[in-house]
Design a binder for this molecule. Structure first.
Ligand SMILES: Cc1cc2nc3c(=O)[nH]c(=O)nc-3n(C[C@H](O)[C@H](O)[C@H](O)COP(=O)(O)O)c2cc1C
Length: 211
């Protein structure tokens, strides 16, 4: 089947793309407005984009119907800061509560029973029970159609000691149990006991027949 993007509806394209670009990491983003009112929401249009300097990108679609930016996008535009909390199995249910379309004055963190802890550089706090978090300052926000692509420069990384192998340092990803989002119908993937290892092959090894 070939889907003609020119004639497909935005909803159809969304359904197809999120099924094809999967699994995706999930950023549970904490932010606050100018008055300090906290907000938390998950985003799976998310990845790191470069490491020197370290930059992550998040795609935030405007609210359907009203076309006004979601609270996260508004907060980041106004305060220039946010924190990406890494979503792991133990945070899945609370992350999902944070995605509920609560009125603006409702603190999703409170609804989800999540506490915060101070960040080290940015004013926005991280989620206390998140095992890892990236403190970010807004680098730039691109407005594309009805979405905003927010690029954030990572200014500090928080990781619980038990998940760091100091020799790299590396993240003990097999033990962190991060979850990924699949096709948007409430489906996620676990990373527990799911690792495959496929070391890269140098050109020299290739010439010697390694595959
Ligand atoms: C796992 C998950 C991933 C999501 N990813 C995105 C995303 O990438 N972009 C987006 O605009 N909304 C995404 N959403 C929906 C937002 O989380 C939801 O609209 C939320 O209410 C926005 O909150 P805010 O207005 O407080 O920013 C996602 C929801 C879930 C459950």
């Amino acid at each position: 089947m070939i889907i003609d993007v020119a004639t497909a509806s935005p909803r159809q394209i969304y359904n197809l793309l999120i099924g094809l670009v999967a699994p995706r990491p999930i950023a549970l983003v904490t932010s606050h407005n100018e008055q300090g009112r906290l907000n938390a929401a998950p985003f799976s249009a998310y990845n790191y984009l470069c490491t020197d300097p370290p930059v992550v990108g998040i795609g935030v679609t405007n609210r359907p119907g009203t076309f006004s930016p979601k609270d996260t996008a508004q907060n980041i535009r106004r305060t220039g800061e946010f924190v990406v909390n890494v979503v792991t199995e133990d945070l899945l249910q609370q992350m999902n509560i944070c995605a509920t379309d609560f009125p603006q004055e409702v603190d999703e963190l409170q609804m989800a029973g999540l506490e915060t802890a101070p960040s080290s550089i940015v004013k926005v706090p991280r989620i206390r029970t998140a095992h890892a978090a990236l403190e970010c300052v807004e680098h730039t926000t691109l407005e594309i159609g009805k979405s905003r692509i927010i690029l954030g420069r990572v200014v500090a990384m928080y990781v619980e000691d038990e998940f760091v192998d100091p020799s790299g340092p590396y993240i003990k990803a097999e033990e962190l149990h991060a979850v990924g989002r699949m096709n948007g119908l409430g489906s996620y993937v676990k990373t527990r006991d799911a690792f495959l290892t496929q070391p890269r092959i140098s050109y020299g090894e290739w010439q010697n027949g390694k595959r």
